[in-house]
Design a protein around this ligand. Structure first.
Ligand SMILES: *[C@@H]1O[C@H](CO)[C@@H](O)[C@H](O)[C@H]1NC(C)=O
Ligand SMILES: *[C@@H]1O[C@H](CO)[C@@H](O)[C@H](O)[C@H]1NC(C)=O
Length: 209
């Protein structure tokens, strides 16, 4: 008779019961931990996560023209600013992508080298040169740009997508999350090219450990 065919003895049943209780206990512990971590996340990060912005005094529209009447050439020095209002955790930025839009048209994209971080309650900033040449705009956008050049008020949109990581409890607990930041920037025409107004918002997009 092989082992598999044997009727389970009382002892086996008792063992199985023990294994089962142990599994349930572990599952409950794990679920409690997960719930606790989520709670921490919502309490600590949702209102205190890093904020995406630009440093107005350093951001400049260096060059802007419409070639052959409809192809856009742009050179913007953009200094993005990541503020960490959280006093409990520093933030490391693992991956940052910055996109420049005029209306619906994506004008330029830049990957920022990792290595940026913001200390507890601190700020990290990085300069990104947004360059574009001969970008085809939609007919309505061309009209809009010509209007804005006349009024000396040129609006661009900047989107920042970044993967951030916060570390708690002397780096024992790490939390990673994707964030999206978006700014509407209003410039004066070059050669002045100063940034006259900025409106930004940031939201947590997706989170995971
Ligand atoms: C960074 O951006 C924040 C807004 O998110 C702003 O209040 C702060 O002054 C900026 N820091 C610098 C150095 O400009
Ligand atoms: C963009 O503008 C900056 C500031 O004027 C200048 O230093 C840089 O060379 C320009 N880049 C290109 C590709 O024209």
């Amino acid at each position: 008779m092989s082992l598999e065919e044997e009727e389970p003895s009382q002892l086996d049943l008792l063992k199985r019961h023990k294994v089962y209780s142990c599994t349930v206990f572990t599952a409950v512990i794990l679920m409690t931990l997960a719930a606790f971590s989520l709670l921490i996340f919502y309490l600590v990060l949702s209102h205190w996560g890093p904020r995406f912005g630009v440093i107005s005094t350093l951001t400049k529209l260096n060059k802007l023209n419409l070639e052959k009447g409809n192809l856009l050439n742009v050179n913007i020095t953009l200094v993005t600013n990541f503020t960490n209002p959280n006093k409990k955790a520093a933030v490391d930025f693992k991956h940052i992508v910055v996109e420049l839009y005029f209306g619906q048209t994506i004008v330029a994209t830049k990957n920022v080298e990792p290595g940026l971080s913001a200390a507890k309650g601190g700020t990290g900033s990085v300069e990104v040169d947004m360059l574009a040449s001969k970008v085809q705009l939609f007919e309505l956008e061309i009209q809009r740009l010509k209007n804005e050049m006349l009024k000396d008020k040129i609006l661009f949109e900047v989107k920042g997508r970044f993967l951030a990581q916060s570390k708690f409890w002397r780096h024992h607990l790490r939390y990673s999350y994707h964030m999206h930041g978006q700014c509407t920037l209003t410039f004066k025409k070059p050669p002045l090219g100063v940034l006259v107004s900025t409106k930004c918002k940031t939201k947590i997009f997706k989170s995971f450990f």
